[in-house]
Design a protein around this ligand. Structure first.
Ligand code: 13P
Ligand code: SF4
Length: 303
């Protein structure tokens, strides 16, 4: 096999800095392939919390790197592209959340990890797509819940638990490009295929699914299922691992439009440059980090 000089340099610089590369399941295939760990938001936070590396190179979007910085305050966290944000996370600000809380003084705020650190700092407990049902069910039935910012994940959790919640009107623009009609058409062409979707999809899409799971949950399901064909309703970056880990199975994205442009901002070249210059450093002010940590830690303790 011909070795890639960029990959070699990344590996040298990783040793020099005692660095670990964490990558989300939606990253470009070549970025995933040089990472020490590839996973979903929960797995990435757990890795960030336990690593003994000095430098964490976070290949994902900004809220994920921020969470790593909060969990590892004594380490340096960098992102290859500082502009890789999450539009859903930007659909709520701490100021807007404080105003909403004034209307419901005793409400418990459950925040999806796809939020900025200052929004987490205003929340009671954090959750990810893999543990949202468990986190919400840990809150006593008689307490009212404000679920932020993803109304689709909120509606999914409500339906699983048969429990009302107040939702924020946020959503993922990438997952909302996945349409129920497309799945119905694909299912008629591939009746044996299983439909596996992420809970950020709309309720009509979720209603058609054989399995609803986080990105790592989707991988686990596909790896263990006896089905040979799968219709995949999530961001298309996940196809890299699905196909790599299951060469004998067929994975069909519902639409090639479910491509998150922010996730794809990180390239192998930018990853190399970030290690060369130790940039772009992600920091969270101490006061915010302390408050956000309690919401994140409550989640990790339950996970
Ligand atoms: P996961 O936690 O399932 O990996 O999802 C993160 C995300 O941003 C989905 O759009
Ligand atoms: Fe945010 Fe959606 Fe991209 Fe995930 S896929 S990072 S929720 S915009």
């Amino acid at each position: 096999m011909v070795s890639d000089p960029i990959v070699e340099k990344i590996s040298e610089l990783k040793k020099k800095h005692n660095a670990i590369i964490l990558a989300h399941n939606y990253q470009r295939g070549e970025v995933q392939d040089v990472a020490d760990y590839v996973g979903d938001s929960l797995g990435l936070s757990q890795q960030a919390a336990k690593t003994d590396a000095d430098l964490i190179v976070f290949c994902g979007v900004h809220f994920m790197a921020e969470t790593a910085a909060i969990l590892s305050p004594n380490k340096t966290v960098i992102m290859p592209d500082e502009h890789a944000g999450c539009p859903m996370a930007n659909m709520i600000t701490a100021r807007e959340l404080r105003k909403k809380k004034e209307l419901y003084p005793n409400i418990r705020v459950v925040c999806y990890v796809n939020t900025t650190a200052d929004v987490k700092a205003e929340s009671d407990i954090c959750c990810t797509s893999s543990n949202a049902v468990k986190i919400v069910s840990s809150i006593p039935e008689d307490e009212e819940i404000l679920f932020i910012p993803d109304k689709s994940l909120g509606a999914y959790v409500s339906s699983c638990l048969n429990r009302e919640m107040i939702y924020w009107e946020g959503y993922c623009p990438t997952h909302h490009r996945i349409l129920a009609d497309q799945i119905v058409k694909m299912k008629s062409e591939h009746p044996e295929a299983e439909v596996v979707v992420h809970p950020e999809c709309t309720p009509d899409v979720i209603a058609l699914a054989d399995n609803v799971a986080s990105t790592t949950g989707i991988l686990k399901y596909a790896n263990s299922s006896n089905a040979k064909e799968f219709i995949i309703g999530t961001e298309i970056g996940i196809l890299h691992r699905l196909r790599k880990e299951n060469p004998d199975k067929i994975f069909m994205p519902v639409t090639p439009l479910s491509d998150c442009p922010n996730m794809k901002l990180n390239t192998l070249e930018k990853l190399l440059w970030s290690l060369e210059d130790v940039q772009y450093v992600v920091t969270v002010p101490d006061e915010i980090a302390k408050k956000a940590l309690s919401a994140i830690q409550r989640m990790l303790d339950l996970s």
